[in-house]
Design a protein around this ligand. Structure first.
Ligand code: SAM
Length: 282
């Protein structure tokens, strides 16, 4: 039932127009303000974040929010991850350039494009067929011919191209899938959100030390949509993921008074917590 989708280049990126210029300026500002200033140091990751047009991965009506550092709703009730968390997870993979990387949870294709700016080849798996199709088309239009998209259950990895230097999982599972650990090269790194609650996880990095040894490091508290599949949650384990129809919390100008009040209250509560209890959102 797995199906690989074509990401061959179908169009050359068009000449830049004033809207592209405006997005590019917003993108640079966001990278400085929300990513570099918050501790992401890798030059390659920062450069990738400056290059990839996030607006191209969003539904048209949400493009204006592309450079608010927030997760946003995409089709099929899923989300495009927050740019900061994409940068943080990519940096945690410690790529140097030219590697073979597996991503689970293609979603819009945005994080795959960030990885493709650094890695040699990116293999990305998405369980929802419509998302896989759309992401493959967007990546092709932008000329990312080193990204390969598969429609299937990513908890089974993509054995045909294993072993991988890095594996990144963009959805939270109840445990670290053994299949993914086995698809790592010795020395390779797996970055994945895990936790008993389908909505709250610990972001973990697993490094394969030898054939049967792995080292685990806890990196941050995060919130991701559930990883559903053979070594993830079964569909009945979690409530349907309903992404907000508006990018709540992203645009201060447009929020209703009530939303602003709720947001401010949540933010006051968060800042009252010790730092390590504040959650990063996917
Ligand atoms: N990386 C994405 C982006 O940049 O837009 C965001 C991914 S979104 C937070 C998580 C994605 O994981 C969803 O599209 C969801 O359908 C997908 N997903 C959940 N379980 C999966 C599985 N077992 N295999 C593949 N994809 C899965």
């Amino acid at each position: 039932m797995s199906k690989q989708l074509r990401t061959l280049r179908s169009a050359q990126p068009s000449n830049r127009n004033p809207a592209d210029e405006a997005f590019s300026k917003l993108r640079s500002e966001m990278v400085e303000r929300a990513i570099a200033a918050r501790g992401v140091r890798s030059k390659q990751v920062l450069s990738a974040m400056r290059n990839v047009p996030r607006e191209a991965f969003l539904p048209h009506q949400l493009r204006e929010f592309a450079y608010s550092d927030c997760p946003l709703p995409i089709e099929e009730g899923q989300t495009i991850s927050q740019p900061y968390i994409v940068a943080f997870m990519t940096e945690a993979l410690a790529l140097e350039g030219g590697e073979r990387v597996l991503e689970i949870g293609t979603g819009s294709g945005y994080a795959a494009a960030i990885l493709a700016e650094i890695a040699g080849d990116v293999y990305t798996v998405e369980r929802i067929g419509q998302l896989a199709e759309k992401a493959a088309a967007t990546l092709a239009d932008l000329g990312y011919d080193n990204v390969h998209v598969l429609h299937g259950d990513g908890t089974k990895g993509w054995p045909d191209h294993a072993p991988y230097d890095g594996i990144i999982v963009a959805a939270g599972g109840p445990k670290i899938p053994e299949t993914l650990k086995k698809q790592l090269k010795i020395g390779g790194r797996l970055v994945i959100p895990v936790g008993n609650d389908p909505k709250i996880q610990e972001l973990v990095r697993v490094t394969r030390i030898s054939e049967n040894e792995y080292r685990r490091e806890d990196l941050a508290d995060v919130r991701f949509v559930p990883l559903i599949g053979h070594e993830g949650w079964v569909p009945s384990d979690h409530r349907p993921t309903v992404a907000p129809s508006r990018p709540d919390g992203c645009d201060r100008r447009r929020g209703s008074r009530r939303r602003r009040r709720l947001r401010n209250r949540a933010s006051r509560r968060r800042s009252a917590l010790p730092r390590h209890h504040r959650r990063r959102r996917a």
